[in-house]
Design a binder for this molecule. Structure first.
Ligand code: CU
Length: 131
């Protein structure tokens, strides 16, 4: 009886772990620019409201770019009856990555620009999506 329970319990545990892992990275975006690479992950897909993004930046040699000045900007082009919008979001240096609270205030087209600068090393990443 007990032994027969092992299989369903392991299956349930496996399902739980798989769904937990998927939830952990509901959003992942890689952008390569000028030899640099940005990897953005979030436990939630982009949605209206505050999105917490973990941003890892890799230098052309493949090493992490740490201690950089990182900025994250969200831009929405003008819409009928609405001027363009541009927001600079707060960024916190977490050591191996940068965390930004990206407040996507409404549905529509968003263009994200991430800049990283440290001494004479500079990287800029751009991508867009529709909410
Ligand atoms: Cu708008």
């Amino acid at each position: 009886m007990k032994r027969n329970l092992f299989v369903p319990i392991f299956l349930l545990l496996g399902l739980f772990l798989v769904s937990a892992c998927q939830k952990k990275e509901a959003f992942k975006k890689e952008i390569v620019s000028g030899g640099y690479k940005a990897v953005i992950t979030s436990d939630q897909p982009p949605h209206v409201g505050i999105n917490i993004w973990k941003i890892k930046i890799y230098k052309p040699d493949g090493k992490l770019m740490t201690g950089a000045n990182v900025s994250v900007n969200g831009y929405m082009p003008p819409m009928p009856g609405m001027p363009e919008m541009s927001f600079d979001y707060p960024v916190v240096d977490k050591g191996s990555y940068y965390e930004s609270k990206v407040n996507l205030s409404m549905r529509g087209t968003w263009q994200i620009t991430i800049k990283a600068q440290k001494g004479n090393e500079q990287a800029q990443f751009k991508f867009g999506f529709n909410l």
